[in-house]
Design a protein around this ligand. Sequence first.
Ligand code: NAI
Length: 349
Amino acid sequence: MLTRIDCTTHEEVYRVTDRDSGLEGLIAVHSTQAGPAAGGLRMRVYAGFDEALADVLALSRGMTYKNAAAGLPLGGGKAVILGDPRSDKTEALLRAMGRAVEALQGRYWTAEDMGMTPADLKVLSSETKFVAGLADGPFASGDPSPITAQGVFNALKIGAARQFGSSDLSGKRVAVQGLGHVGWYLCELLAKAGAQLIVADTVAARVEEARVAFGAEVAAPDAIHRVAADVFAPCAIGGILNGQTVPELRAAMVCGAANNQLANDAAADALQARGILYLPDYVANGGGIINVATEILRIEARESYVAERLSQLETTMRGILDAAARQDTSPAHVADATIEQGMALRRAG
Ligand code: NAI
């Protein structure tokens, strides 16, 4: 059952419940101005409904900005399921969520996010056609993580050129928080480029794998942000740049895949005040949605489309860093302002 929630900042927000499967979830459509809203489905334990609502509202808004930064004809949306993906996920629950997505008739397209796997998406697709990131089928785009990692790596090199005078990463110490889908691929790219890795993950086995595979140094998950490094690459949780962590950073630059890295605007200003270059997360990690978009938009020439958009993303990042340097402000503020101006122009036109 979809119950509409009044919300002035978003086009549509629904509480999604299903008594038979025990589903409790939310779908938020922030904007369809540029096209159908697209953004992943996340399943995780929340402290309560209000926390889940705040998460889905922030994430769906973030998707509007991310899709706009990537130059995609897509708006922003997101869905969440409240529950532990390891113990609460059932086929009936996923199917119920699939029916809810279908009920929006394509105003929202879902995809993979934390707590979801390609196999889960397949289950959803038995109830709705508005799901992308599938492993097989026409226009299937598969796991977006390698493309996300490539985009982050490209951004990291752009940042290095500004901060260290060269995009050459050999010998640079990069602290990677989170060795999941994206973090691992990013480590592969960095190791190949000659960077020295320091890694952390809450899963000890994954850390050990990275230590062996990349000759990486190891740090505790709650200490990785403060190790001696040139670059801090958050690839796990949001809100990692906050009043406590920013003063502790020793890196000269932050560039990673995690969504919503900044806990608030003050964190962006604090980074700027410390001379730490922040590469806006939703520009750096836009590769994933570019990959997913090829499925939603049914792009035939997938590889060239992705390559072209990744290259545009680099141009966008350079433009943001240039403007931020000129204005002596955080690249995060410039990125937001650029996107908001674009949206206002579209509304006016
Ligand atoms: P994932 O779930 O595969 O990996 C996350 C990793 O972080 C896991 O190995 C987990 O054990 C670890 N982790 C969790 N909490 C941690 C902590 N406190 N300290 C250290 N490690 C911790 O997720 P994935 O797909 O790699 O995504 C990583 C981040 O990038 C997420 O914030 C996600 O929203 C974002 N992102 C992912 C995209 C993709 O293509 N997969 C696209 C754009 C953004």
